[in-house]
Ligand binder design. Structure first.
Ligand code: XIL
Length: 368
């Protein structure tokens, strides 16, 4: 589904129609609307990767590569998540050929900067590629093509990827059902998930296999369904090595919800990836809160998220990942439907200067 131009999608519909974003170019952006936020708060800028005893990551798309971006992305973070070029929508061409130039660029960036690569994502309900549509109804052929795709992609990055998000966003927002897709129609609601994890394990036995979901901090029913599903899959012997909880939030999220959700996510005993953190200053509905107060709320949520992650048992601290480097790189700024180009959801402003959110994370990592 692509949003009609000017349609103000709710956050939820944005999260469930990320495909609409894949068609977006990098929108024109304005200088940071928060000069005070580009705080050279004090002294030399520390490196988060030096302060964190666990992997601290960001999401990148190779379109963003360039001097200002590279200088921050290559030095501040110890792990990279591929935001686009390791997805099926980039790799799998309409004629069935596979395109790896973008994924190879991301992998090379990681290798050059001694960063771990978190590969995202093999199977997503949003994808509906023509080459698989042609196989619908022929389960044997569909299953073989599904396995071949996962083998080809996860196999190519074996030894380079620390982990894969194998199936992205398997649970419906209603918190009652598994999402349906071309994958579930042809391989089954649970079958497509099991097949994907087994194929990924076979393709790259050393990669950690994650299942990644959004809305766990704001939708307790969905969180319960997700965790019950993962637990049921584990009991069936499905190879799952970790849980990704995206945490795309906005400044209105009440305090304590991120903490509660992270604690629940850790209840299965698996490594936990706080996998896609950003905190938007926009809201789904009208808000009278002035920007300075929104920024304060945003910083409180950044602090809460990292403090909650640090409170996890060390063996469960897989990585803390921010979904983008500079505000202008954020998917919340680049989509064609975005009207307010002053959103500032990340750690660095449009000019790659550290913001208050950056200093907040640095303070938490330094025990302040
Ligand atoms: C977004 C990327 O940030 C964009 O660059 C891309 O165009 C669309 O997808 N949840 C996910 C991510 O798991 O894959 C989505 O990333 C954001 C929502």
């Amino acid at each position: 589904m692509t949003a009609a131009r000017g349609t103000r999608l709710s956050r939820r519909s944005v999260l469930t129609s990320a495909l609409a974003l894949t068609a977006c170019g990098r929108g024109a952006t304005r200088a940071s609307a928060d000069p005070a936020q580009a705080a050279a708060r004090r002294g030399p800028v520390p490196l988060l990767r030096d302060l964190a005893p666990f992997q601290i990551g960001t999401e990148i798309v190779s379109d963003d590569f360039g001097p200002g971006f590279d200088a921050v992305a290559s030095t501040q973070f110890s792990q990279i998540t591929s935001g686009y070029e390791l997805k099926m929508e980039y790799i799998l061409q309409p004629d069935g050929r596979l395109r790896f130039e973008g994924g190879d660029r991301i992998a090379a960036f990681c290798a050059a900067n001694h960063q771990a690569l978190h590969a995202h994502t093999l199977i997503w309900y949003i994808d509906n590629p023509p080459s698989f549509q042609k196989l619908e109804g022929d389960r044997k052929a569909f299953d073989a093509a599904y396995g071949r795709y996962i083998q080809a992609v996860a196999g190519r990055y074996a030894g380079q990827a620390r982990a894969w998000d194998v199936v992205n966003e398997p649970i419906n927002d209603d918190g009652e059902t598994l999402r349906e897709s071309i994958w579930t129609r042809n391989l089954g609601l649970e079958g497509h998930f099991i097949r994907a994890h087994e194929a990924a394990r076979e393709a790259d036995p050393h990669a950690l296999l994650f299942v990644n979901e959004y809305g766990l901090e704001s939708n307790p029913k969905k969180r319960a369904k997700f965790l019950n599903f993962v637990e049921a899959m584990l009991k069936r012997g499905v190879p799952i090595d970790g849980i990704g909880t995206q945490n795309h939030v906005n400044f209105e999220l009440p305090p304590g919800q991120i903490t509660a959700a992270l604690r629940d996510a850790a209840s299965l005993g698996l490594p936990v990836h706080l996998s896609e953190f950003d905190c938007s200053l926009q809201t789904d509905g009208p808000s009278l809160m002035a920007r300075p107060d929104r920024l304060k709320a945003q910083n409180r949520l950044y602090r809460e998220a990292l403090e909650a992650f640090v409170a996890l048992p060390e063996k469960q601290q897989y990585a803390f990942t921010i979904w983008g480097v500079r505000d202008k790189d954020s998917w919340l700024r680049t989509a064609t439907w975005v009207k307010d180009h002053t959103d500032a959801p990340l750690l660095f402003d449009d000019d790659a200067r550290p913001k208050e959110t950056f200093w907040t994370l640095a303070d938490v990592l330094r025990g302040r």
